[in-house]
Structures are given as structure tokens and as C-alpha cells.
Design a protein around this ligand. Sequence first.
Ligand code: LER
Length: 283
Amino acid sequence: MQFGASTFIWVSPFSTDSFDLLYKVADMGYDLIEVAVEDKELIDWTRLKKIARETGLDVTISGAFGANRDISSDDAAVRKNGFTYIVDCIRIAENLNSPIFTGPVYSAVGKTRYVSAERKQQERNWCLEKLTEVGKIARECGVVVGVEPLNRFETDMVNTAEQALSLVNELADSSIKISLDTFHNNIEEKSIPATIRAVGRELLCHVQGNESDRGTPGTGNVDWPGIKEALTDIGYDGAVVIETFGAPSEELAKAASIWRPLANSPDELASEGLAFYKTLFRE
Ligand code: LER
């Protein structure tokens, strides 16, 4: 199992100006850095790849889905833009040898409405249409797309692993799997260990191991021993990554409802979180 830290712990948007983070994350003892792609143009990818190689860090790629990247939108131009963004991120993942591209790919974060069953179905169809095309490209690139359920306050589309499984099983594409973020799961699932077992080794491609308040892992009410047992039982050998938001942009703060610091500092959260992961998972 590899342990990772998301760039979102420190900055938003991540850019070439923040490349010192790679050295910091490597020095802390992490195996990988998860690069959140808010704006790909802000990042010098060639240099990032070189520094990752120098520091020995692996890279995973995560997405940021604002309103204009919504593949279930009723606006065809927005769906197209969302599709283009996902494809760009898949190609970035391929270039950086990230086995996955993870995120709530199905909609926009913060899109929460009460809509009719007909409209829900229509939006799901648009989403399936685009994910079918995404799947083909992801397969060619050798990248797996991790569909991440979000809690009810951040999306009205995929809140539970059961809903993600329904989408992924309907797509039946080996390059579209499920990514679990324990912060969201802790709100929506009756049992995170049971959820991990229900997704299973075949379909679980990535884990963001976040605390119940998105603070330092190990300091809240997430069932960590149960998570460890379930991941071990299914034979999960992917990454576990801390993703929280230490300096969110205004848009991200609103989308993810981050209104206060979640730890004394991002550095403290990252180093204490890693120490907790090591004690939990490697004992
Ligand atoms: C995305 O990974 C996520 O967890 C959201 O809460 C914010 O984008």
C-alpha cells in the first residue's frame, strides 16, 4: 500500500509556483503526491515529471469539477467542456504514470437540487453517454478513471457506493472503476468497511483516507481499524491519500463547504496524518 498527500492540503490552484511541495511531501516520507488539476495550463508538466523522478515520488491525478465541467449538464457545450477536461486529465495521468484519474467525474461539485425522476434519468443518460466515450480513451491510455461518490451536500447525483456501482456496472468498462473518499462515505454509508467489501478488489481503484471533519486522519470518528481490516480482506494494494483543503479557492471553499482551518497547519496535518497511516496500516 502506498501513502499519498494531495496538493489540495496546501494550495488551490496548484501551479508551478508550488513545486516545492514535491520536495516537502517526499521529505515527509510519503510515497506519492496527488496532483489536483484545477487549471492544467498553470503547471509545467515536464518539470513536474522531472522533480517527481528526482524525489522518487509517484504521482496520482485528481480532478476539480466546477460548474463548467459538468458532463450531466443540460447544456451541450458544458458537457463537451467537461468531457474535454476529463480526457486532458487522463492524458496527463498517462504521461505521469498515474494508474488512476480520480474525482466526481459525473457532475459538478456543489450541484445539489431536488429534481424530478425524469430529469435525473436524463442527466444520468448524458453522463453515461460521455463516460462511455471516456472509457475508450482511458483504456487506450492505460489509465483507470475512479468515480468518486460525494456526500449529499456536494452533489445530488452519486452519494453512495451503491449508486457508483450502478453507474460503473452499467458502463461495464474495465477502465472505469470506483474511488472512495472516507470523509464522504462516513456521511453517507452505514458502514465504511461493508462499503469497501461491497465495491471489492476488482472495482476499488483508489482510496482517499480522510477524517470525518477532513482534519488530521486519526483524530475524528472514522472507523479506521474497520477500514484497515476491510482493505486487507479484499487485498487492496492501491494508494491511500489524504485529501483536504488547507487553502481553498473561493469556488472550492463554497463547493466543499470549507469555512475554517481543519488543523493547526497543513504541514502538521500532513505529517501527523502520515504517522497515523503508518501506524495503522503497517503494524
Ligand atoms: C473531491 O475529491 C472531493 O472530495 C470534493 O469534496 C471536493 O472537490
